[in-house]
Design a protein around this ligand. Structure first.
Ligand code: NG6
Ligand code: CA
Length: 507
């Protein structure tokens, strides 16, 4: 079991030397999917209760100015695990279910850094970073490589992409779980397999959810998906059991590693579409499956905490909870989320949502909990998931000065509550780039659509410079670019300088 070297009260401890005085804590990083700033009761939601997350927020630090690296999953996860802004690389957009691994195995990553410090590393849940060396060429019936292992995870139990993309199977240590070799899996993102039903042609087979847009290809477990697959019947997941399955594997990883330091990357499927929580969560909110999936997420968090407690390692475990991007209500399935939303505001006080350059695209819940070690408070510090790598490197005392970790900065002081300021600026990305400082947010002109009527999202794209005063107009309604040419120039210059370090490079 990990032991605290020093019994010093942290209240008296300065942040310098902090990491040196503590034995390597376990690190549990819980990554929700599409969970918005306003979706948790500790962030003000009233029609859904999240007591397990709230408990961690109450005894830890609840950040209100925290950001994912991008407004969708793949680029956010790329930035999180590599410490490099995803916009520096082509090919980091939303990955298909048969995409090749997008993180070059040569790169420095969060799990590799922690392995250097002696940690056992595990990735459980949604992956969405591609697998294998060539898009569309994976053999799903054999070992799929490169994958999590090659980028630093000793153990993995993952969904290849998202629940709405084939193949709908769990992959453990890079092999499909429960596969019958007599019924091999075939996957295609270009054409259907002859005779296989699709949501488009066989809507009568959609027993669980129907699409509202897209998602009308192969049908698995009564739900149609993106992409085509055939075979693998014994390995197919049931959507209602995904949370149970990944949570159980996360708990097993904790139990197996309780005697050594470990890093668990636990990326939930909740609350991404298709939302089809286990029936024990149905009706836990009056918001339909989207609300019930938030409750299911909270349950998963509770199970993780319980596992840490039963293993006797709760005290020396740092827990981080956040989301990969902002919220979306209709992301392609008719699950009543829109109809039942009413006064619930998944995006909190911010404008936009998932996919958007407006603030709700990347401003996400962010909670850091380390029982007995850090103060309980709300923090306004400007923090970003891009800093996970350098911050955990400092915590684990790994020197990364000679490594290529382009954009990640050590923000341990802010993450542990000793610094109320955080970063000077953060660059965000959706269709265009944004730069956010304590007061100002600048959105680069770009030619993306202003609104997506399918997802009902204001995307924040415009041909003109946009500048918002986030201290006085956090809802980004009043573009003050014309009145503040010097600030616009200053922020553009920083963006330009950042871009000059690399943009659109190949993976
Ligand atoms: C979109 C999907 C959406 C979701 C998203 C990725 C359609 C019409 N929409 O293309 O449902 O899967 O990709 O979400 O196919 S993310 O959170 O993983 O980035
Ligand atoms: Ca997401």
């Amino acid at each position: 079991m990990n032991k605290i070297f020093s019994a010093l009260s942290l209240g008296l401890m300065t942040s310098t030397g902090f990491a040196q005085q503590i034995a390597k804590p376990n690190i549990v990083f819980i990554y929700a999917d599409d969970l918005g700033f306003g979706d948790l009761s500790c962030y003000g939601a009233t029609r859904v209760q999240t007591p397990n997350v709230d408990g961690l927020a109450r005894d830890g630090i609840r950040f209100v100015n925290a950001h994912s690296a991008a407004a969708t999953s793949t680029p956010s996860r790329y930035g999180l695990l590599t410490g490099e802004y995803p916009w520096r690389r082509n090919g980091t957009g939303i990955a298909a279910g048969d995409a090749a691994l997008i993180i070059n195995p040569e790169r420095c990553t969060v799990p590799k850094i922690l392995k250097e410090a002696g940690y056992a590393t595990g990735a459980v849940g949604k992956w969405h970073l591609g697998l294998g060396s060539e898009t569309g060429k994976q053999d799903w019936n054999d070992k799929i490589t490169p994958g999590p292992k090659e980028i630093g995870f000793d153990y993995s139990y993952i969904m290849a992409a998202t629940a709405d993309r084939v193949p709908c199977v769990f992959v453990e240590n890079q092999r499909v779980v429960g596969l019958d070799p007599r019924d091999p899996i075939q996957v295609s993102y270009t054409k259907n397999f002859p005779g296989e039903p699709t949501g488009k042609n066989n809507p009568e087979l959609l027993t669980k959810l129907r699409p509202s847009h897209g998602h009308d290809m192969s049908i698995v477990n009564g739900i149609s998906r993106i992409g085509y697959m055939k075979g693998g019947k014994s390995a197919l997941w049931k959507d209602e059991n995904i949370a149970d399955s990944i949570t159980a594997h996360a708990v097993k990883f904790i139990e197996a590693n309780k005697d050594n330091p470990f890093f668990l990357y636990f990326a939930t499927n909740d609350v991404h579409v298709p939302r089809y929580p286990n029936s024990r969560f149905w009706g836990k909110t009056d918001m339909g499956f989207r609300g019930d999936a938030i409750v299911q997420f909270d349950w998963s968090v509770g199970e993780i905490v319980k596992a840490l407690e039963s293993a006797g390692i709760r005290e020396n475990t740092l827990i981080i909870i956040t989301s990969d991007n902002g919220p979306v209500v209709d992301d392609g399935y008719a699950d009543q989320a829109v109809e039942k939303l009413m006064n619930h505001k998944p995006w909190g006080p911010f404008r936009g949502g998932k996919y958007s350059t407006f603030e709700a695209g990347t401003r996400v819940p962010f909670i850091v909990n380390w029982q007995g070690k850090i103060a309980s408070k709300k923090s306004e510090a400007l923090v970003s998931q891009i800093d996970l790598l350098a911050t955990l490197a400092r915590l684990a005392c790994v020197d990364i000065s000679a490594k290529e970790v382009a954009d990640s900065r050590d923000q341990l002081d802010a993450w542990l509550g000793h610094d109320e300021k955080g970063r000077d600026y953060i660059i965000g990305s959706a269709d265009g780039l944004t730069i956010l400082t304590w007061q100002w947010k600048y959105i680069e002109p770009n030619n993306g659509a202003a609104y997506n009527p399918l997802t009902h999202t204001e995307l924040g794209n415009d041909w003109h410079d946009q500048l918002y005063d986030m201290l006085h107009d956090r809802g980004e309604y009043d573009n003050v670019a014309t009145e503040n040419p010097l600030i616009v120039r200053f922020l553009k210059e920083i963006l330009q300088e950042e871009k000059s370090k690399g943009i659109g490079l190949s993976l």
